[in-house]
Design a protein around this ligand. Structure first.
Ligand code: ZN
Ligand code: ZN
Length: 196
């Protein structure tokens, strides 16, 4: 595994800037991988890991970078819970470790660097130095990843008879004998409206 500095340089390039969230995310991912005993997540161990993230903020990018788990590979799962937390799952054993950033780490950063005015700068310095136990809480969990949610799963694709768009396995609902896409089955849940 690369050093913290190397990973932060990679995170900065990928994310567009270096910020407290990148540092926290890199540290969180390193901590999770260490707990699972995964040393080469983007190489030899790449099929062992699925990561659930619970927030869509800066740290999420860093977690994806360090673990190699990406949305497009179906190895990064997003739960929109607004928590600075992630669960790193070792697929062969079904064991995972859920790691949560401690709320009081901001206060620790403030106390470590009271002479620095910017909270972001305080946190960027402190989050490099603090122990994992000062930054995070951890909990061993079991995670049952549905086979259809695993990377590489292949199954039927259907055409929605209403809109004609193709839909991957499991993402359709049966309505009056027809297999409709979610958007046609429940238009009220659409995130878009057609332009007039
Ligand atoms: Zn950021
Ligand atoms: Zn449709």
């Amino acid at each position: 595994m690369e050093s913290l500095d190397d990973l932060l340089a990679m995170a900065e390039t990928a994310h567009g800037h270096l910020c407290a969230g990148q540092i926290l995310g890199v540290r969180m991912a390193l901590f999770g991988l260490e707990r699972l005993g995964i040393e080469d997540p983007r190489g030899a161990d790449r099929k062992r890991l699925v990561t659930y993230v619970e927030i869509d903020r800066c740290a999420t990018d860093a977690i994806g970078l360090v673990t190699g788990c990406r949305l497009g590979k179906r190895a990064l799962k997003f739960r929109d819970w607004g928590k600075m937390a992630a669960t790193f799952v070792d697929l062969p054993s079904g064991r995972g470790v859920r790691i949560v950033a401690r709320e009081d780490s901001r206060e620790l950063a403030r106390r470590l660097y009271p002479h620095i005015e910017s909270k972001g700068q305080q946190q960027m310095l402190a989050y490099r130095e603090l122990d994992s136990a000062q930054l995070f809480t951890e909990q061993w969990v079991r995670v049952r990843v549905d086979p259809a949610e695993l990377p590489g799963y292949k199954a039927d694709r259907v055409l929605c008879p209403r809109c004609g768009e193709g839909v991957n396995f499991g993402r359709f609902v049966e309505v009056e004998g027809q297999q409709l896409c979610l958007s046609c089955a429940q238009p009220e849940l659409r995130y878009w409206v057609p332009e007039e």
